[in-house]
Design a protein around this ligand. Structure first.
Ligand code: GLN
Length: 484
């Protein structure tokens, strides 16, 4: 069996009995076992083979199976920040090394109900904090094609797994860019829906006002299909939106009216520090839009320069609060010797020292920013700047339909290159963070490679709940530009 590039190929194979769901599952399990990428933290072998057998029965017994179950037999990987009942959720942290989830995240449950097969749990930066997947307590993830490079983070396992054919689609989470950055680095599609589109129930919280689940796939069409199935109101997450979810995967393939499309080009996204190869690929993509009849509109997002600092106040503050529950009492492993502690302080010290350096750094920063007397100076101020950043987008979307630019200033960098310099690493998210702070739908779609084969992603951002529009533009870009 050869690797697949889109779900329709697999579905056709099932329909024509060329292969079965169990065979496809076995193919991916073999691929995972052979791989050296360290993309998976746990393989759900028995569970997924059971699922595949059930899918097989449905296909045999129900002639309308594929209409009823839109993801029937779709091989999928799940970021290990999302719960699956009875399976470990480690968040790539020693703190949760042995934690077994007692329920399934709503998004995973919806996908499985639609027939998706969960192959296993994917590696990430510890608690989704990072941009290179080097912060995992269980070792870094390799880039799918360039082993000495990082896959990006924090959903590095999810991006590598799709790029290296260790699943067909995967789920990641994006708090400040963790879906789009690794998608860009690994040459796959990564889509962050509008904040609130996908329920966060069963997703371990990092920064609750920013966290959003989204799919990785090789095609925009598959990403749209997965997103469509898992989006929508969930009574278990009061921030999930009741905004209606369209038939995105079919709607986006309708013809594109290029002549009426206005693409905003923010001058703040084409600044010094953006690598030449990245700038060139993105500019060529913009010219391609123009050649199809779209209008490019110069826009300005003047508060972009404050986005990273704003994010690193908001995100770390919320993280310090969310991660307080890992105290060895409510949640979190008690390491050897913790029970023999003479004082409560000693107990806490032993338990909390299980966090890795980056997580500790953020808890300390966040606790500081939220402490009495500083709240107004930091968190509350950051929330005000966040509003200004969102206002920039609101102004821009009065004039344009989508905004286009680079996902990151560079291509995938070498492992270890930024470990000594967290601030430099934080700047990797300079173009993804503004959309996160503003809750906007945004995605990365491959738009070129450097001479050495490293991928470059085009970043498309839409107005709130304009998910379908963003997906549609990206789909036509990918299909018409690369597949004729
Ligand atoms: N790289 C950013 C951070 O470290 C974003 C992470 C994310 O989106 N989960 O916080």
């Amino acid at each position: 069996m050869n690797s697949f590039s889109k779900f329709s190929e697999i579905r056709e194979g099932y329909r024509s009995k060329k292969f079965s769901p169990v065979e496809v599952t076995q193919f991916y399990l073999d691929q995972i076992k052979k791989s050296k990428h360290n993309a998976y933290l746990d393989i759900c072998e028995d569970r997924v083979l059971d699922q595949a057998k059930k899918v097989e029965k449905i296909i045999f017994s129900d002639k309308d199976a594929f209409e009823k179950y839109p993801l029937l037999g779709m091989p999928m990987g799940i970021k290990d920040l999302l719960n699956i009942d009875g399976v470990k959720t480690t968040c790539a942290s020693k703190m949760l090394e042995n934690y077994v989830a007692p329920y399934t995240a709503t998004c995973v449950e919806r996908l499985e109900k639609a027939g998706a097969l969960s192959l296993g749990k994917l590696n990430l930066d510890e608690f989704a904090m990072g941009s290179s997947n080097e912060n995992s307590a269980f070792g870094p993830v390799e880039h799918p094609t360039h082993p000495e490079r990082v896959p990006g983070g924090s959903s590095g396992g999810s991006a590598t797994a799709v790029g290296a054919d260790l699943c067909l689609t995967s789920l990641g989470t994006d708090t400040g860019g963790s879906i789009r950055l690794p998608a860009s680095f690994c040459g796959v599609v990564g889509y962050k829906p509008t904040y609130g589109r996908v329920s966060r129930f069963g997703v371990v919280a990092f920064a609750s006002s920013l966290d959003q689940v989204g799919p990785f796939a090789k095609t925009v069409e598959d990403a749209a299909l997965v997103a469509e199935v898992m989006s929508g109101k969930d009574i278990y997450d009061s921030t999930s939106s009741s905004e209606s979810v369209g038939a995105w995967s079919s709607e986006i393939s309708k013809p594109m009216d290029w002549k009426s499309l206005k693409v905003g080009v923010p001058k703040e996204y084409f600044v010094e520090g953006v690598e030449d190869s990245v700038r060139k690929s993105v500019e060529e993509s913009l010219r391609w839009f123009e050649s199809k009849g779209a209008t490019l509109v110069d826009i300005s997002l003047p508060h972009t320069e404050y986005a990273v600092s704003t994010y690193y106040v908001v995100a770390v503050s919320e993280a310090s609060s969310n991660l307080a529950r890992f105290d060895g009492v409510r949640f979190g492993t008690r390491p050897d010797g913790a029970n023999e502690s003479a004082t409560l302080d000693e107990f806490y010290e032993k338990v909390r020292s299980q966090f890795g350096a980056e997580v500790k750094r953020r808890i300390i920063l966040g606790t500081y920013a939220l402490s009495s007397g500083y709240y107004d100076a930091y968190y509350s101020k950051a929330c005000k700047v966040r509003r200004l950043i969102r206002n920039d987008f609101d102004e821009a979307f009065k004039k344009v339909d989508v905004i286009a630019g680079p996902v990151a200033p560079t291509v995938a960098f070498k492992r270890g290159a930024m470990l000594e310099n967290p601030l430099q690493m934080y700047l990797m998210d300079i173009f993804t963070i503004p959309a996160s702070l503003s809750g906007l739908p945004a995605l990365s779609v491959p738009c070129g490679t450097q001479e050495d084969g490293l991928s470059i992603g085009l970043h498309l951002i839409g107005s709130p709940f304009a998910d379908e529009k963003v997906l549609k533009v990206a789909h036509h870009f990918q299909k018409e530009r690369y597949h004729g």
